[in-house]
Write a protein of this length. Sequence first.
Length: 262
Amino acid sequence: MTSEQVRLILTLLTVVVGACLVGCAGRGPDPASIAPYGSRQVWAVVPLRNESGSRFADSYRIADRLAWEFEEIQGIDVLPVNRVLQAMQAMGLQAVTSREDALALREVLGVDGLIVGSITAYDPYDPLRLGLSLDLYTGTRAARAPLDIRGLSWAPTSDAAGIQRDTLYRDGQPVATVSGVFTASSPAVKERIEAYAEDRGTFSNEVHHQRLITIDMNLYTEFVSHEIGSQLIWAEWQRSARETAQSATQQRADAQQPPASP
């Protein structure tokens, strides 16, 4: 990485942080709308494991919603969730329950990033409550051609369902992990809903729209997916900044090394 590339990344990160501090004082990080990568990435979302204890939690619908949210991030393309299901069937997986499963599925799909997670809380009654936990596995895209899953038959599966990047991937650990439980009656969540509802929807009355989000589980799921997805992208910005700083420090150290004796 050249010094000009380092400078460009740090400048862009400064702009993002500055916008967050100005526009979201007291609200936490501003939802990221651009990925912190040098090239376009392809991600996939695995249907979430239902660990909430509620039979009403729809892991596939929530995964679809998360995929839509990440698709909206500039610099990221997302495979349809049914493509992920097809690949899991081809591998004989009903659910991704281990690090090994996640890494193998990421390689089969040939994607840059794989989102694996669980529904940790789900209550569709007032006050609405939804908890999600997400892990992001990344690495160099598989060199070999990914498995062609376009012609595979599909059938539903059960609902059971700073460190350098190369070091993280070699050890098979997720590069980013985010989680949260969002209860609609919480003052902090209400404040985030107010920010989220602004300029969204077709309702002329913003207060009415905000109220709908707190009583309609589908709308509330969209809100939570947006919030947790933004947290993940923000975590990736922070990781990218750490790696960029480490790279710049190493370049300066290398430049200061005396030339080797002949």
